[in-house]
Design a protein around this ligand. Sequence first.
Ligand code: AN0
Ligand code: CP
Length: 317
Amino acid sequence: MRHFTNVKDIGPLFAALAKARYVKENPFADQALGKNKTLLMVFFNSSLRTRLSTQKAGLNLGMNVIVLDINQGAWKLETERGVIMDGDKSEHILEAIPVMGSYCDIIGVRSFARFESKQADYDEVILNQFIHYSGRPVFSMEAATRHPLQSFADLITIEEFKKSTRPKVVMTWAPHPRALPQAVPNSFAEWMNAYDCDFVITHPRGYELAPQFVGGARVEYDQDKALEGADFVYAKNWAAYADPNYGKVINTGRSWTVTKEKMALTNNAYFMHCLPVRRNMIVSDDVIESPQSIVIPEAANRVVSAQAVLKEILLSL
Ligand code: AN0
Ligand code: CP
């Protein structure tokens, strides 16, 4: 694997899951693979899990790890070409990227959708600049349209907890006070569509995701109906995708919070969320604290997904 930005890069899922299981059972088996190799993680946005789990994955593989927070201590970067740089941006990303590439062997990038231009977000302008100008393998630590390390960890978690061969997985929109990217739901849909499950997406009208991510999934606008018989409930907020509301919160949707009453409609479903989660907006205290909540093992599997991906990239260097 050279770059890792979407589900296709990982190859067949059954093989990827087998590699993940091996990594989970033998976390230090590949220490020699990363020796004298440097992982650079570049963050344009905040992170707790991605930062710690990916760093841990690199360390487990024997790598040296450097982390750069672009907004804390680095020069402010201009990302548009052709701009007269007489404002507050001291450096252009087109110099910064090859310089960063010269200091490492693999680069991870976190760069959320900016909601300034749908086209720029959905063209993955920032991530693609890293791919084109760094000279290094690049992996996404959540880009504008996808969060594949999260989705891979979600898939590993579903495999571990599922009780039937073809579980019903329901991804439900839930309320949040701020406009959040579509990367997590897009990506989760992309991975679930590639996996053998009964996948349903539910959200209020106006929150339709991009058709290329919805794919063949069933969309059900009635949340209660969608939740019936669910084995896994995957909650997430996202801002509107459809024009003219791209990047906007169009509905406060307080009735969409995942509560005990909502979970009672399911097949004693497990509750999942990528975290960070706002309690009593997305999910009630009692649901996230219940024995059916698997948000902590889900987050723990972020080390596994990151390590499986970094290992594949290291093998291809
Ligand atoms: C981000 C998002 O929704 O994309 C990161 C989730 C992993 N969440 C927030 O900004 C709260
Ligand atoms: N789930 C996730 O990516 O969390 P962070 O934003 O804390 O990295």
